[in-house]
Design a protein around this ligand. Structure first.
Ligand SMILES: [Zn+2]
Ligand SMILES: [Zn+2]
Length: 342
């Protein structure tokens, strides 16, 4: 940013609808329907229905259409990673965020100043989406879902291997894995495939449409079969994926003596696993953990950081001590999907 470039705090403001870009006339991930929305990814706390105009990656638009049908937005404009679109007086581009399929950081450039709204992101490899790309900027807006030093996610492969160990111990029991329907379920399936698991994986009906969408977008998930219509004997020793809400409901009783697992960053907190009756907690998160958050701030190296979406205070404190200008940015309506999707 040259000395004459307008500081992003002069052209970005928090309104009740969300983060508003004045010279662009748009909101990023608005919490309420607006005239013009730039949407970072398909999770419901970022992509809401009924905006008039939506600018997002093609994959995010496909997800919004699958979830919201006609309410996805009146006019949907795709913008692929790396392309630039002028909106009002602002150049908007998307860079991969590594969070879920199609997830993007919104790169906003105005008169020589640049702000990156990173949305939700993670740094470790995910076979179902493009990897996070650091983009140089004057202000970096970061999430902080797991913004406390206690949150250090273990290795994904180790977590997935817990399912295989349990299957060896209990070959006659179904293994029911609770995973959020957008992103987490597909990632767990892809990790199982990477680990060499080739048998069919059975799906709760609520997961089917988005798994098909991922496959149509070229993400290989192997053979997937609906649970519906299966006899209990067929599901003995099988891996069954379901949304977290289905773990404890009547639906799961059809499975033969199921071992209940759940994939979530929150499985680090034992009490949460216990509350849900999860026997096999799998700490698999689509968000950066503490080390990844701090490493990202250092790598992006923006002189100024705005922190939102979770545990802002600890990360603001860390960043200030490291010499970043840092502050919390309070956005309404973030994290509503957190309990399930992380
Ligand atoms: Zn998200
Ligand atoms: Zn979120």
């Amino acid at each position: 940013m040259t000395t004459r470039a307008p500081h992003p705090e002069t052209w970005l403001e928090v309104r009740p609808q969300g983060l508003y870009c004045k010279p662009g006339g748009f909101y990023v991930d608005p919490a309420r329907p607006v005239e013009r929305a730039v949407v970072t990814h398909g999770h419901a706390d970022h992509a809401r229905p009924n905006n008039a105009k939506v600018l997002a990656t093609p994959e995010t638009l496909a997800i919004m259409k699958a979830r919201y049908r006609d309410a996805a937005g009146k006019s949907l404009q795709p913008l692929a990673y790396g392309e630039v679109q002028k909106v009002g007086e602002v150049d908007v581009a998307f860079a991969p965020a590594g969070h879920v399929l199609g997830s993007a950081q919104a790169v906003l450039s105005y008169k020589g100043a640049r702000c990156v709204v990173s949305g939700d992101y993670k740094r470790r490899a995910d076979p179902t989406c493009a990897a996070f790309e650091p983009v140089a900027c004057d202000v970096f807006i970061t999430e902080a879902t797991f913004g406390l030093p206690v949150f250090r996610h273990p290795d994904d492969k180790e977590e997935i291997s817990k399912i295989f160990k349990s299957l060896e111990l209990f070959p006659e029991r179904a293994h029911l894995v609770g995973a959020y329907g957008l992103g987490k379920a597909q990632r767990v399936i892809a990790l199982l495939r990477q680990a060499g698991y080739q048998r069919p994986i059975y799906l709760h009906g609520a997961l089917q449409a988005l798994c098909e969408l991922y496959q149509a977008e070229g993400v290989a998930l192997g053979q997937l079969e609906p649970v519906a219509g299966r006899e209990a004997v067929e599901l003995a020793g099988a891996i069954v994926m379901a949304p977290p809400s289905a773990l404890a409901d009547r639906w799961s009783r059809r499975l033969p003596d199921a071992v209940t697992a759940m994939a979530s960053g929150w499985m680090r907190v034992r009490q949460r696993a216990r509350q849900r009756g999860v026997e096999l907690p799998l700490i698999i998160s689509d968000h950066a953990d503490w080390d990844e958050l701090t490493a990202t701030l250092e790598e992006v190296a923006a002189p100024e950081v705005w922190v939102t979406h979770g545990n802002e205070e600890a990360l603001v404190h860390w960043a200030s001590q490291k010499g970043f200008r840092a502050r919390a940015l309070s956005l309404i309506g973030r994290g509503e999907e957190e309990q399930e999707s992380e």
